[in-house]
Every structure is written in C-alpha cells, then in structure tokens.
Write a protein that binds this ligand. Sequence first.
Ligand code: IPM
Ligand code: MN
Length: 346
Amino acid sequence: MTHRVALLPGDGVGPEVITEARRAVDALGLSVEWTELPWGSAYWHEHGRMMPPDALETLEAHDAILMGAIGDPSVPDHVSLWGLVLEIRQRLDLWANVRPARLLDGVPCPLAGRTAADVDMLFVRENTEGEYSGIGGRAHRGLGGEVAIESSVFTHEGVERVIRYAFELAADRRGILTSATKSNASRFGYVLWDEIAAGLAAEFPNVRYERVLVDALAARLVRDPAGLDVVVASNLFGDILTDLAAAVQGGMGMAASANLAPGSDRPGLFEPVHGSAPDIAGRGVANPAGAVWSAVLMLEHLGEEDAAGALMSALEHVCREGPRTRDLGGDAGTSEVGGAIVARLG
Ligand code: IPM
Ligand code: MN
C-alpha cells in the first residue's frame, strides 16, 4: 500500500529539518509517494497568499502532511500563520494537537537531578477553537480610542471530543489525566470545560482525573514532572504548556506534534513544535529530532507501527550515543545527526 504524503517544508529551518525527516522515512523502505508543496512566506511574496486557493483539496487528497515550520520576519506572523497552519488546522478540523514530552536518554534536562525516568508526559491541546478561534475585530484604527476585541469560543462538542480523546489516551498509559483551565478568573468557557471534564471522568473509572489551574500546573511541570501523565488543555494553554514541556524534555528542538481528527479519515498534519527559527536558518545547525519524531507520529497515523518503532529507536539511539546538535551540547550539524539516524536504520 502506497502512502501519499504531502511535504510542506515551509520557512526558516523548516526545509533543513524536513530533509532529514524525509530521508529517515525513505530509509525505512516503505512505499511513500511524496508531493512537495512550496507554500510559505516565499510563496506569499510571489502570489500574495500563503498557499493556493485549492490548497485544502490538495491536502485532503493525501494520507498525511509532514510540515517544517512557517514564519518569516518579512511577513507579519498573524498573516503567515492564519494563511497556512492555523487555516489548515481549522479547515481540516484537526481538533487534537497531540504532543509527547518525553526526555530521551542522553538529552540534557534543564531541571536538576531529573532523568528520562522523570519526564514522560503527553499533551492533548484543543486545536480549532478556544482562545485561537480567530473571532474578534478592531475599530477606530489609528485613533486614540482604538479598541480590539478577541473572543474565545468554547463549544460543548469541541470541548467534549478533545477531553474524551485525552481520557482514552490516559487509559492506555499510566491512567492519570490532568485538565488545565483557569476557571477561577475566567468564569464561562473554562467553567463549561471543567463541567464537561468532570462528567466524562465518570465514564473512565480507571483514569484518575484531576483539575488543575493552569498557573499552578506551570509550576508543577517544573517542580514535579514525574507526577504528570496526560494533560489536556485549551488551545492557548496547551500552546504555552507545550513550550514549557519542550524545555523540560531538552529544548524546542526535541518536541514533536501531531494535529489529528481522531475517528475520521482526514489526513493528520505532523510538525515539530519549534518555529522557523530565522536566527539560525540556513546554517545547517538546527536539531532535526523534533521533525524526525513528528515523522514517527506520522508513521503511527499511517498504520506503520513497526516502521514507527524502528525510527523511534534509531532516534533514541542517536540521542543517547550522539552525534548531537549544539542545542543539546554537541557540535554536529543537522545533516550529520540525520545521517546517523539513517545509518542506524540500515
Ligand atoms: C505551535 C505554534 C503555533 C501555535 C503558532 C506558530 C501559530 O506556536 O504550533 O505551537 O500557536 O499553534
Ligand atoms: Mn506554540
């Protein structure tokens, strides 16, 4: 069976890390047909949009999408991101953003005394609504009385599906689900969220459910990551917590993500959590681990469990034995690390 994968290298370090992820997938000997899509900030300069008008149909004709990163200093971020990644997440209704935060052996942890045994969390971030619904507006622009309104939208259906999915994932792991809200200060959307979570908890007696305020959870993530298993959070809170979690697992270069519509046949979108990192772009020094790990998540989505396991083992081996990029204390370049992963697969 041939897997049709749309490849979206994007901006900045995106193409550099995606090259390594693709090389690693190709080395597994599966039947993969890649469609490379040149969308992103350069495309915007040429066409006045981040991707063509039929982009979503193009993507939907694939089994998965592997993406690098989007964003360039020459395009306002809200333009580039709403023109591409946020648009894709919303329009393909990829409502679950799943982000493993596991510290691999050999990767330095910024928390004193913590080892791989202490850091194995899985974040499930609501991915299409909440604080990033894109609803709002500005009036009286440029005048002293300018006003901007940004509305959060929480639908019963949107909240319930993502929390239910997180419960299911927790049931297959260590059986703890932590739900992060801020229902003491914000009294509508997060209160609805808490009520839905508490209701679902009754359906999952084997999962220990806990509700934690997101500010307190940020502190706990640093103080006691070992106590966290699956964390479910709204779009904004999940976004912030997963940067913190990425730091705890060794840095932004390590973190991977899967944007999914569980239970549907829509293609998942797989991307490292790091951005386009324009400060180091073009120098061949970016860590390809987050992109390679995202490819592992993609292979799982495609039903290639064995290949996913082999690639993850190769990534773990290289993290343990080296070579490592500079962010992990090594001095290897992107392609040297990618090459070591491929060599391990051979
Ligand atoms: C992420 C990124 C994006 C997000 C940005 C680039 C819009 O930070 O994937 O976490 O906030 O979702
Ligand atoms: Mn983010």
